[in-house]
Design a protein around this ligand. Sequence first.
Ligand code: PLP
Length: 299
Amino acid sequence: MPHTMIKKILQARVYDVAVETPLSRANQLSNRLGNEIILKREDLQPVFSFKIRGAYNKICQLTPEERTRGVIAASAGNHAQGLALAAKKLGIQATIVMPATTPEVKVSAVRNHGAEVVLFGDAFDEASAKSREIMAQTGQVYVHPFDDLDTIAGQGTIGMEILHQHEGNIDAIFIPVGGGGLIAGVAAYVKYLRPDIKIIGVEPEDAACLKIAMEKGKPTRLATVGIFAEGVAVAEIGQNTFAIAKDTVDEVITVTTDEMCAAIKDIYDDTRAITEPAGACALAGLKSISSVKTRKDKR
Ligand SMILES: *Cc1c(COP(=O)(O)O)cnc(C)c1O
């Protein structure tokens, strides 16, 4: 399994649409925490998130026949925009089902990339069911936001970039976890080459679907999911993502909404960029571990 995933990551097609984002040192944070803290600036992607990597790689792997059928997904967030842009780039028709409650700016961003938007239901689950129903009629190809090996491989190119961009020592990489596509791709690649680097998954305490899966030994559905960090508000970790994460992730930690808000401010102070809560989640996790360490070291 790791071997085939490494191959897929090395062969992933992402740079037709995605950019190699910088790794930038967070100066104030590094000074304050007495550690070297480096941010991987995926917010600088054309759609403001890494989702473009997985979506583009996934649809690049479709056969010519599948491409003519078009693609479909349900998403209110970054996957919708990533898939819409990826499909436009390849001249493939895309339909995105979004909950009717999705803010207008997000709907128009997806429409501007040329995708057809269907508004349905109040929440993600209803939009998702609707997308399956439409797919059954139209024969479009379903593009999952995380639980697909080609999507995981696309996200894994971030791990590849981190290792060749940073020459010095790396103790740990903190990664936000929604359905696990990002962490599975990055962890598979990094653990293969540099098993000494700790991979730490970070989840909001009220959306900790990887944590519960690690405890139970299998994907387990959360009864309720907090939606403050919308990008990682997922009730159940993926089957494929969990199969990789269980062997490659060293630790899963949780953070509170307050900790994510503080991390948004920290990132703003260092970069003048305003991150969405899901993006700040990883830094919130780093800060919580680093404060534990500092306390211990002082003894
Ligand atoms: C999708 C997303 C995540 C989580 O990625 P998964 O592959 O679902 O674990 C984290 N942060 C942002 C900004 C995202 O868009």
